[in-house]
Ligand binder design. Sequence first.
Ligand code: HEC
Length: 113
Amino acid sequence: MRQLAIAFGVLASGGMGATMLAAAAVSTQAAPPPAGPGLDLINERCGFCHTTAQVLTVRKTPQDWAIVVQSMIDRGAELSPEEQKTVDAYLAANYALPAPGATAPAAAPTGAR
Ligand code: HEC
């Protein structure tokens, strides 16, 4: 929090370097999802029943991600086999648990509306 306040102070003083410094200071907080075809697919095909943000707060092992994505397809998510691989890879690369068996961070929202 203190770090964040400093970042904003620096940002307010302007300059390119200051912006980058601010970005670095905030990066330990919730970073924006890395762009890519996987994210585009998630935005397009998974936001139907729950938000993308809800999907991206979840952390799973790559194996579990593949299981979840398959179960979402079973529920009605429209992904071709190729697109499924793209989404699996994106989630495994960016939202995987550090190691299998590691303690999961705070409960993810599971209730879709
Ligand atoms: C047809 C509706 C529907 C679509 C489309 C859908 N989901 Fe879901 N999703 C649900 C429901 C319902 C739940 C909550 C029930 C549950 O957790 O089993 C859920 C829960 C989840 C969860 C939390 C589950 C957990 O184990 O923590 C994740 C992650 C998720 N969805 C990812 C996705 C992804 C990725 C896609 C796109 C490939 C997707 N969903 C598309 C209906 C959908």
